[in-house]
Unconditional design. Structure first.
Length: 431
């Protein structure tokens, strides 16, 4: 590792510790490296433009953000909530189950944990606290935990970013995320059921079965989005990027025409909000492209791969160690930074050790999502605190059991690759 690269890392972490946005810290650190190494700053511009030009798949990111914001702004999320209440609200801890099921369903539209927590999550927290059966901290904690499912079930913005740095099929990554997402929902529901019985949470009034067909009919068009998305990709109708455009258009037609819940002014506000969110993600991507060029110049990934190859490291031990590192980094860094900057360091080692990149990618993304609810800097904890004003100390006090079962699910995914790879292999994936 050269002096210039150590200087780059020092500046990066120093700025991040001072509270600078991580994208700015990465960019400044990269510029310091280029100057110290005697390279022109123009190299950064060339690397950035080449990376964007060669990464058509990045267009999917703003399109998925638009689709998520349309879902949040219209009455689509309300109809999905009614469907979830009718389906599982009658059981003990029912609104907790509704919370998890809504995240599972809504994840098929948003691809973003933050969008899930700030949108439909805020509504469910209000429902849970208003019922009088749940504490504010518990409602917020289960909402944060269930929001981690959002980027695992397709579509998924983090999977798009991983596909960018690993050159892995986004379609197979989407398929690989389905069973892990269902596993995460299952362990969270099990924990909610156990806590509900232990604390004696009351049972909600059940929705009459006679109302179920009507509620299902109203929610059915929104429930079709994931199916349309996956059929478009695997039916050969669209590329993943085109599928993202179809998802955004479908959400717009649903909100504006079918449900008639979106005004022209509301659509303008959605575009403005989506542009801001896309710009924030774009800054991180731009900084990561430049930093990855620097890392490649230092030949760090190949050095790590060669060192591990010489040590004859067991692939399972490597996976466990890398995931422990990501879990620790997730307490301090956001998911985009880990995926774009940290994970590329280990991809050559995965190839060297024969670890499947779809399996590694899905496991790493699940790990990053767990980091979003890990104190002290879990982003979802702060998002929910910001939109509900529930004190952080109450949320953190209730998050630990949900964090524990999600880590257990992560361990199962590491030990049993078939959970991730079964659906991709069923659709022709050969590794």
């Amino acid at each position: 590792m050269t002096t210039e690269f150590l200087l780059c890392l020092t500046v990066l972490f120093l700025l991040a510790a001072m509270g600078a946005p991580i994208a700015h810290a990465i960019l400044v650190g990269s510029f310091v490296y280029l100057i110290a190494d005697g390279k022109s700053i123009g190299v950064a511009g060339k690397v950035l433009m080449d990376g964007l030009y060669q990464s058509f798949i990045l267009l999917a990111v703003p399109l998925f953000i638009v689709a998520a914001n349309i879902m949040n702004a219209g009455t689509i999320s309300d109809r999905l909530l009614q469907f979830c209440v009718a389906l599982v609200g009658r059981f003990r801890g029912g609104l907790g189950h509704v919370n998890i099921l809504a995240s599972l369903v809504f994840s098929g539209m948003s691809g973003s944990a933050v969008a899930d927590a700030a949108g439909v999550g805020k509504v469910i927290i209000a429902m849970m606290t208003k019922s009088g059966h749940y504490t504010r901290g518990y409602a917020a904690a289960i909402t944060a935990a269930s929001a981690t499912i959002g980027p695992i079930i397709p579509p998924s913005i983090p999977m798009v970013l991983y596909a960018l740095v690993s050159n892995t099929s986004i379609g197979y990554l989407f398929l690989g995320g389905i069973l892990p997402g269902l596993l995460m929902a299952a362990v969270l529901m099990t924990m909610n059921f156990w806590i509900s019985h232990k604390r004696g949470f009351a049972v909600e009034d059940p929705v009459p079965l006679s109302d179920f067909p009507k509620i299902t009919y109203q929610a059915f068009p929104a429930l079709l989005m994931p199916a349309i998305l996956l059929y478009g990709i695997y039916g050969g109708v669209t590329t993943p990027t085109e599928a993202a455009a179809v998802a955004a258009l479908y959400a717009l037609i649903l909100a504006a025409v079918f449900y008639r819940s979106l005004s022209l002014h509301g659509f303008y506000e959605i575009l403005v909000t989506s542009a801001r969110s896309s710009a924030a993600v774009g800054l991180v991507i731009g900084g990561a492209l430049i930093l990855n060029y620097i890392v490649a110049s230092e030949n760090l990934p190949n050095r790590v791969a060669s060192a591990l190859g010489g040590l004859d490291v067991d692939p399972l031990l490597f996976l466990l160690c890398v995931n422990l590192l990501i879990l620790l980094l997730g307490c301090l860094l956001d998911a985009s930074t880990i995926i774009l900057v940290i994970i590329p360091l280990f991809i050559p080692s995965c190839r060297e050790l024969g670890i499947d990149l779809v399996h590694f990618g899905v496991v790493a993304i699940v790990n990053c999502m767990i980091g979003l609810i890990t104190p002290p800097y879990g982003i979802l904890l702060f998002v929910i605190n910001a939109v509900t004003r529930i004190p952080l100390v109450e949320i953190i006090g209730e998050i630990w059991w949900f964090l524990a079962v999600l880590v257990f699910a992560l361990l199962l995914l590491i030990l049993f690759p078939g959970i991730t790879l079964w659906l991709p292999e069923l659709m022709g994936y050969a590794g």
